[in-house]
Write a protein that binds this ligand. Structure first.
Ligand code: GTP
Ligand code: MG
Length: 194
């Protein structure tokens, strides 16, 4: 996918702060630190348009990025981060759910899962919730650069068994090596019928 422009638009917490519903949107969900902000940088061919961090809990608002004046990539806070209060966790959950459920221009959700580890119960709950709510979901198994080819295949099998999806469903990805970037774009085009 050729990127002609990529631009940070704004950060929002409440629906009245979202940008106008002008473009098709895709949102990125997953555990804190899984690489949601990183995949947005990779897709947009930018080093740090979305802020990343080695410490979980970096993204705390809903951040909108416009690509090629035609599509919005939406970065969300992560789940499963132990070091925030119960109250803050509940606030993030509400913020994420109301965005996902209310945004009429949202065409699909990319769920990222760390391929190094078996999907957590929160990964499983999120995937089930997305399916229940009839979202088109793209599963991306990320940080594949940290594994050998054998481990990739072994962990992919476990991921698919745990979530009950076919073996060719998740896209193997790495923000470091950019493996899977074109495949993710192709699938996004499918979701968006672009
Ligand atoms: P929160 O905003 O805290 O929810 O995290 P996030 O999901 O946005 O993760 P982020 O993109 O900030 O990445 C977290 C850390 O993982 C950073 O140190 C990234 O450099 C690293 N990272 C992300 N993707 C990959 C990957 O594919 N391979 C490797 N090796 N590191 C990655
Ligand atoms: Mg982030």
């Amino acid at each position: 996918m050729k990127i002609k422009s990529a631009e940070y638009i704004l950060s929002a917490v409440k629906p009245h702060q979202y940008p106008p519903e002008e473009f098709c949107e895709v949102a990125f969900v997953g555990r804190s630190n899984v690489g949601k902000s990183s995949i947005i940088n990779t897709l947009a061919n930018r080093k740090n348009i979305a802020r990343t961090s080695g410490k979980p809990g970096k993204t705390q608002t809903i951040n909108f990025y416009e690509v090629n004046n035609s599509l919005m990539l939406v970065d969300l806070p992560g789940y499963g981060f132990a070091k925030v209060s119960k109250q803050q966790k509940a606030g993030w959950k509400k913020m994420i759910e109301s965005y996902l459920l209310k945004r009429t221009t949202l065409k699909g959700v990319v769920q990222l899962i760390d391929l190094r580890h078996k999907p957590t119960s929160e990964d499983q709950d999120m995937f089930a919730w997305l399916l229940e709510n009839k979202f088109p979901v793209l599963l991306v198994a990320t940080k594949s650069d940290k594994l050998s080819n054998n481990q990739v295949q072994k962990n992919l099998k476990e991921l698919c068994n745990t979530l009950g999806v076919p073996k060719d469903y998740p896209i193997i990805f790495s923000a470091l090596t950019k493996v899977g970037r074109e495949e993710v774009w192709e699938s996004l085009h499918g979701l968006l019928e672009m």
